[in-house]
Design a protein around this ligand. Sequence first.
Ligand code: DX5
Ligand code: ZN
Length: 216
Amino acid sequence: MVLIAPSLLSADFKVLKEEITMIEQSGADWLHFDVMDGRFVPNISFGLPVLEAIRPITTVPIDCHLMVEEPSKQIPLFAQAGADYISIHLEATSHIDRDLSLIKEYGSKTGVVINPGTAVELLNPILHRVDMVLVMTVNPGFGGQSFISEVSNKVDWLKKEREANGYDYLIEVDGGINVQTIQSVSNADVFVAGSAIFNAADRSREITLLREKAEK
Ligand code: DX5
Ligand code: ZN
């Protein structure tokens, strides 16, 4: 399966509604929603009020990537605002197991995220119970950074573990994904791309190209 998830971080915020409509019509499977708190990552992006504003104007699944400290405080709010997936960083919580339960309790799908410097094997105790694993292919905090190619090993490992154990999580990659880099992580299922899609002259063509390269 190949799902393309444009990151709204690279959208033009002064016309956000038009951007969402256009990206839906261009073939986006999901919308990736990057929440940054200025603490877990050095940048502040957007949060709950923006999710509440856009949820009623789109039927596309919204994939919330919480780059925040103390995610347990935010999980109920984002779930109630209609986040389909809520992904939290392993590095941001001392209680990943409890926080995953909280996401489920509030009715969203569970995602766990690891930074480039975090070993994927640390996920072993929770792999059986997550709906998605997000492997960061840049250090989170900003759009438009360069892809870190070594991280592709983690994607391969996650695919093997899934097959060996009969798990059914999705594997997502995020950061620096474009038509050049996507093939090296083609074992993933969900491909987030911000600048590559929103800065493209023809976004629909870009999404098609990304999909084709990921499928090969
Ligand atoms: C980075 C964010 C990404 C970002 C991707 O911290 O999590 O989702 O928007 O942007 P590009 O595709 O431009 O690297
Ligand atoms: Zn993201």
